[in-house]
Structures are given as C-alpha cells and as structure tokens.
Write a protein that binds this ligand. Structure first.
Ligand code: NDP
Ligand code: PHD
Length: 363
C-alpha cells in the first residue's frame, strides 16, 4: 500500500516536534508539509524551529520549508496532524475541514463539539465511527469529506486508560477523584514554564486543566448516539469527577493518584481489578497497526512504581503504567497511573488514530 501523505500544523512546537520524531521513518506515512505561524513561514524547518527533543532533529525535515497554516497549501495531504497553539487552532482546523481535509488535533478547541469524536486510541477508537459515517455519507452525496478528530487532554488520556476496561468488566463508575503531577513539557515551549518557577518547586495550578479532565472523561466514556452522528456524554448525575492538577519538575510523563468507586454494590477484589487491567488489549493491537502497544496497560507490582523517568517509555510511550492498586478507605480503590504526555497524551495518539483510520481504509 502506498504511504499516506501527512502534514503537521504547529510543527515547530512541543507537540509538533514530537509528531516529526514519530513520523520519521514511519512505514505508513510520508511527511510532506509543515505549517506554523507567519513568523516561521518561508524559513527552513531547522531555522524556524528551536529543537528541544533529546533525539536529534531528523535529517529529512531540516530543509523542508515551513508554510502558513492555510488549507490551500495542504491539499496534497491525506491527513493533517495539528499541534497548533489553542489560541489559533479552532479557526484554522475548521478551515481545513471545510476545505475537505481530515484533521487530527491536539488542541482543545473542538473537543466539546458533539459531532467531533474525542479519542484516546487505546481506549475509545469506536468513537471514530463518526468519521466513518461522515466519509461514507460524503462519498454517497458528493459532499465535503473533511473532518476533525480531537485527541484528549494529556492528563485525561492517562486517567481514562485504566478506567475503560474496568467499566467494561465491572460496570459504571460513580465517583472518581484524581490528583495529577504533570510534566513541564505539557506546558509547551512558548512561553512554557520558567526554570525559576519549577526547580525546587511544585505549582498547584494548571489553568483550565481540572475542568477539562472532569468533562472530557464523561465524553470519552460516553456513547455514540442512535443516528451515529454525535457522542453522548455520561450525564453529570451519573458520574462525579474531581481533579486537582499540579505541575512538577519532570520533563515528560504525567503521574496521577486516582481513587474511584463503582456504582454497583458488588465490588471486585484488588486481584480482579489488576487482572482486568492486565488482560485488556486495545483494538489497535488487535488490528496490528504499526505503533500499537504490545501490552496496553502495564500493571507494576513494585511498591515504588510507576515512576516517570523509569516507566514513561514502556511500549515506546504508547502504553500506560499502573501501580499501587489497592483498596481505598473512602472510595472503593486507589492506584497510581503514569502516561507519556506528548506520546499517548498527544502526538502519539494522533499517529495511532491515523494508523487505525488507514487500516480501515478511511484515509
Ligand atoms: N504539550 C503537551 O503535552 C500537550 C499539548 N496539547 C495541545 O497541543 C497544542 C500545541 O501545544 P504545544 O506544542 O505544547 O505548544 P507550543 O507553544 O510548543 O507550539 C505552538 C505551535 O503553534 C504555532 N503557532 C502559534 N501561533 C500560530 C498562528 N497564529 N498560526 C499558526 N501557527 C501558530 C507555533 O508556531 P511558531 O513557532 O511559528 O510560533 C508552534 O508551532 C496546544 O493546543 C496544546 O494545548 C495537548 C496535549 C498535550
Ligand atoms: N495542559 C496540559 C497540556 C495541554 O496543552 O492540554 P490541552 O491540550 O488540554 O490544552 C499540560 O499542561 O500538561
């Protein structure tokens, strides 16, 4: 099968750079277009971008010339990944979709649109049926085949990963409380978090993050409407979610302490919870797509794991690690979850979604 031609919007940023690394030597995708602001447009990528990854900049992008984020420059792309600054992403991504392009976005702007799936590909790829339905309809009626898929907030991705298999096996949740310890890469590069603010310190506030975690969880765990065109969130009255978000001096990897209760009076044991997480295999793995994790959720038995520096790269950052699963004295259970915020929490999820769409011949 020929490679799928891809573009990246916001290519110079934290998420954009991660997209470029993940697309380097990718067997399914060929990166053909890079977009960023007018400050960067017209420059070679190596000159436009302040490269901050620990892997060196891939040679193949160094001399690609950055263009402005206008759909007319991206018409040769089969799929466009967006790591755009959220101040501009909403309008730009809509313009791309209105002009026939498929956009997989990391930005928050379209996440609440009911017709836009909010996807953590190791958890709710079934919500991509909305895109499939749109493409089928566009083919039948000769209408615009453009679409937007949103990737969730990075902390939300880690939170929902172990919860979905538990809900599938033991029924709905009633209460969910999470306290996060989030890496600095999550704050992006411009301006990012200053070293005087974060070294020797913890910042107990990340603007808008708690609200996003609280509502996004209900959309990701929600269901597809009967007409197959929208997502119906879990109603507020059915599930109470409380998030407290903190920034810590870690480069990559968001850690979360999570407590939860099931709705049912019949509770599983700690061993049953752990086994359920170990047994879970995501659809991407079943489809055998390129970046699918071998093990979706790693359940670690050591008392002092997961840790970001030691565990964030499990399955190349596409898997989630869970440890310290135990009974909670207030809710039913508590555990610690770790996920790589720019891989499964951002760019990696984008790549995995595109691999699933490609495997289903939707792009
Ligand atoms: N970092 C993370 O872990 C996560 C980030 N996200 C989301 O992903 C998006 C990108 O985040 P991040 O990479 O951290 O941000 P950065 O600030 O590092 O990068 C922003 C990118 O947007 C581009 N840009 C800025 N203004 C414009 C404009 N007017 N027109 C076109 N392009 C523009 C920048 O280009 P230039 O260099 O030319 O200014 C740059 O490429 C955000 O919406 C963020 O909320 C989501 C999940 C996780
Ligand atoms: N707010 C996240 C990253 C992010 O940009 O999230 P969102 O895409 O939901 O705005 C963090 O600080 O780690």
């Amino acid at each position: 099968m020929a490679k799928t031609k891809a573009g990246v919007l916001g290519a110079t940023g934290s998420v954009g750079q991660r997209f470029i690394l993940l697309l380097a030597n990718h067997p399914d995708f060929e990166l053909v277009k890079l977009g960023a602001s007018s400050r960067s447009a017209g420059k070679k990528y190596k000159d436009a971008c302040n490269w901050k990854q620990t892997d060196i900049i891939p040679e193949y992008v160094e001399n690609l010339v950055v263009v402005e984020c206008k759909s007319e420059f991206f018409q040769d792309c089969d799929i466009v990944f967006s790591g755009l600054d959220a101040d501009y992403a909403g309008i730009i991504e809509q313009e791309f979709a209105d002009n026939g392009l498929g956009v997989i976005s990391n930005a928050k702007n379209h996440r609440q649109d009911p017709e836009v799936p909010l996807v953590v590909p190791i958890i709710n790829p079934e919500h991509l049926a909305l895109v499939e339905n749109k493409i089928v309809k566009a083919k039948e009626q000769g209408t615009n085949k453009g679409f937007i898929v949103c990737i969730s907030n990075c902390s939300t991705a880690g939170l929902v990963a172990p919860l979905k298999p538990l809900v599938e096996k033991f029924g709905p949740l009633k209460y969910l409380i999470t306290t996060t310890m989030q890496a600095v890469s999550g704050a992006g590069f411009s301006p990012g978090v200053g070293s005087m603010d974060i070294l020797d310190n913890v910042i107990p506030y990340i603007g808008g993050e708690e609200e996003k975690m609280e509502w996004e969880t209900k959309k990701i765990l929600g269901s597809i409407s009967a007409d197959g065109l929208t997502i119906e969130n879990i109603p507020e009255s059915e599930l109470k979610v409380s998030a407290s978000c903190n920034r810590v001096a870690v480069i990559d990897g968001h850690t979360e302490c999570v407590s939860f209760s099931f709705k049912s009076e019949e509770k599983p044991s700690v061993d049953e919870v752990k086994q359920c997480l170990k047994d879970y295999q995501c659809e991407a793995t079943q489809l055998g797509v390129t970046s699918a994790p071998k093990q979706t959720i790693h359940v670690l038995d050591q008392n002092d794991r997961p840790q970001p520096r030691l565990d964030r790269n499990r399955d190349a950052g596409y898997a989630v690690s869970v440890g310290r699963v135990r009974k909670d004295t207030v809710l039913d259970f508590k555990m610690v979850v770790l996920s790589h915020n720019t891989i499964i929490g951002a760019a990696g999820s984008g790549i995995l979604i595109a691999e699933i769409l490609r495997a289903k011949k939707l792009i």
